[in-house]
Design a protein around this ligand. Sequence first.
Ligand SMILES: [Mn+2]
Length: 315
Amino acid sequence: MTDDSISDAQQGIFLRGSKYLWCLPHVEGRDVARVASAYNVPMPIAQTLIARGFDSKEAIDSFLFSSLERDVGDPATMSGASEAVERIEMAIAVGEQILVFGDYDVDGVTSAALMLVALLPLGAKVNFFLPHRMRDGYGLSTKIVERAARNGYKLIVTVDNGITAFEPAARARELGVDLIITDHHRPHDELPEACAVVNPAQEGCSYVFKQLAGVGVTFKVLSLLYARRGVQLPPKAYELLLLGTIADCGPTFGRKSILGQIWPQFGQSCRKPLADHPQAERQGERAAAFFDRCRLFDCAADQCLGAAGRCSAGS
Ligand SMILES: [Mn+2]
């Protein structure tokens, strides 16, 4: 913020960082103390919770202690998810070749990896294509569809892209290649013609949480597939979900739906490092340590995986 706006700020706490002057919203000291003692969390965490609107017991409980049963939306309520699952099941049953078409950013890479990690153990004949940032550009193209058809693919599943792939969808139809679109970007008024379009942002989709990353949408389709088979997703699926989610849309990470999906499983892979955390004994401190790790993780993911998409393939 600029110095001019400081005088406008009615109340609040100012903190001077190395680059910015931060204005923290004013919250009642009494409320901060009450939340800090009720949840056994440090005062700054209590202050942040209240400042961000988590001021009732229900809101704080839901944020800090989400559960899969209580807080996670049913994937069957996501428009197109059932159709997508049925088409993928058919491809597995008859041994059709499936091409997963991803994206070059962290969300797109983890979405494609998640598809493979989940479909390969089910016996799917599945391969992936990640576009080259410069050579292929973003999103499914008619060129890729034509190449996939030439190489014998009968089903293309887009992840983290495809919601505006009108021409590629029409070309796939002409070539007898079925297309499933899974995406989280904002749709246009019309949708591409495809076997199934899964995107919580599309009109009429009743799935409750609209801000899923691409990897979150991929996860919901796969969790429906696995639920219908009565089996558990591989643990790796949750790590990829976490990685893609925090790298793609940090601000929505921590919303109860996302946290609810990944907390129990990620808790397992984090158990050792968190147990090593000197102050990780109590729930609130575990949560704080968890978010610290996520911030680090976010940077690392963007730096390492995001950078990979900017590099030339080299030799
Ligand atoms: Mn994305």
